[in-house]
Design a binder for this molecule. Structure first.
Ligand code: EPU
Length: 429
């Protein structure tokens, strides 16, 4: 086990290049098995969630050739099974996209019920409702979801909640169904558009991705394709917030600023100087931040994945700020850890009240999921003294070279094996 040691009170400064989008990559990789041809994917982030996805593909029998650390070529011509291994699937929730892709390719799939980050209840009823509307039979037994269909037939599907996962799974399955599918109340995230572009490059016929009505005309043949994954808007937003939180000055590069409008607007509302150029955003922190109300919503609203880092930023704004988490029921796992660092936060249901401007102090804290881990590291950069963040494997799931990028911006961070670091004296054993 490893942990990260951070010495606080450093203003970040310099440039940071943003990697490919995790949430687009983990949808595109399973979707690639719709073809038996060769697919080339570049700008894949070098993170453990992508590594796990690649292992699942290899385990299914897909032939993979790595092309450097951010690209690969895969040929799913001889897939040997329709049941991804439980040991691999349990490592990441997005492996449930194999329900859609195996069903589309083989008419059958056996996939373990997904787990994933603990963000409160995460039902998959909308995925299953959609598969059933497309003509799939569904059986849930012994922790497995078994799907089968002689043929998938297009349907009109209205999603009761805006769900990224359900939109992706149903888009993948419907791409191979007979006739037209209309997905209503679909998610509009850029990752959905990226997946639709990839599927279309393989021969699918999908229109309307990025709006809440997606039309999919099923096809029965998919070809090989090349695709470049879009930049990770959540990684970019994390660095923007880190720059503002440390009173630094950072240029966040290789991004699509349009995907970050809600974050840019919220930072400006707090008094942060933000300048937007075609492929980069400059963020300059200010001495006194203004408190703000922050409400998470599906895209184009403020992303729930930036709520934990956003909360850390609000602890630095003198006065009362209010967060309303509208996407997940229980996404406040980071609050108790922030309180250990001196933050004054009160949670009531989906609302968090933050009394900011108190000043954080370094402490040993534990990450409970990917974004809470990133938030705690930002808090540690702001805090007085040294912090130790354990369970950093959560951070490795979704941020490529996170601490290296921060070190490049001037942060004092070190990764050590837990047993090699003496907590009492703060030295290596
Ligand atoms: N929901 C249902 N029924 C369903 C599906 C979803 O009620 O069948 C509810 C969920 O419980 C939640 C809401 O709908 O309250 C939105 O869930 P969604 O399906 O959109 O989330 P997801 O697909 O499970 C993705 C990202 C998450 C991100 C959320 C919200 C991936 C692999 N994961 O999850 O990313 O927080 O959308 O934006 O794309 C992360 O990157 O750290 C992360 C957790």
């Amino acid at each position: 086990m490893e942990k990260i040691i951070v010495r606080g009170k450093t203003a970040l400064s310099g440039r940071v290049k943003i990697s490919g989008s995790k949430n687009a990559a983990v949808a595109i990789l399973p979707a690639a098995i719709l073809t038996a041809g060769t697919v080339f994917i570049e700008n894949l982030p070098d993170i453990t969630d992508v590594h796990t996805m690649i292992c699942i593909l290899e385990n299914l029998g897909v032939s993979i050739r790595r092309r450097g650390k951010n690209a690969l070529e895969l040929t799913p011509s001889s897939i040997a099974k329709i049941a991804p291994s439980y040991e691999l699937v349990k490592k990441m929730r997005a492996s449930y996209y194999f329900m859609g892709s195996l069903l589309a390719r083989f008419g059958r799939a056996v996939v373990p019920i997904p787990g994933g980050c603990d963000l409160g209840p995460r039902p998959i009823d909308q995925h299953l409702k959609g598969f059933s509307a497309l003509g799939a039979g569904i059986n849930i037994e012994h922790g497995m979801i078994k799907l089968s269909a002689d043929k998938l037939v297009g349907a009109r599907i209205y999603l009761d909640v805006v769900s990224i996962g359900a939109t992706i799974n149903l888009m993948i399955a419907a791409a191979a169904a007979e006739g037209r599918t209309i997905l209503e109340n679909a998610a509009k995230e850029p990752e959905i558009v990226d997946l639709a572009n990839f599927l279309n490059a393989m021969g699918a016929s999908i229109r309307g991705a990025g709006t809440d009505v997606i039309r999919i005309d099923g096809v029965n043949k998919f070809s090989g394709a090349s695709h470049t994954v879009i930049p990770d808007r959540i990684e970019a937003g994390t660095f923007m917030i880190a720059a503002a939180a440390t009173g630094g000055s950072v240029i966040v590069e290789d991004i699509i600023p349009k995907h970050l409008e809600a974050t840019t607007a919220k930072l400006r509302e707090m008094g942060v100087r933000v300048e937007v150029e075609p492929e980069r955003i400059m963020v300059e922190g200010v001495e006194s931040l203004l408190p703000a109300d922050l409400k998470t919503f599906p895209y184009p609203g403020f992303p729930t994945d930036l709520q934990p880092p956003g909360m850390v930023l609000l602890t630095a704004a003198k006065g009362l700020s209010v967060i309303t988490e509208n996407v997940f029921d229980g996404r406040y796992n980071h609050v108790d850890e922030l309180k250990r660092m001196g933050a004054r936060i009160k949670v009531e249901g989906r609302t968090a009240l933050i009394e900011g401007g108190i000043g954080l102090s370094g402490a040993p804290v534990a990450a409970s999921d990917l974004r809470s881990g990133a938030a705690l590291i930002i808090a540690a950069l702001m805090a007085d003294g040294e912090s130790q963040i354990t369970a950093v494997e959560h951070v490795d799931r979704g941020y490529e070279n996170f601490e290296q990028k921060l070190i490049h911006l001037g942060a004092s961070i070190q990764r050590v094996r837990e047993k090699d670091y003496n907590i009492q004296s703060g030295t290596r054993d």
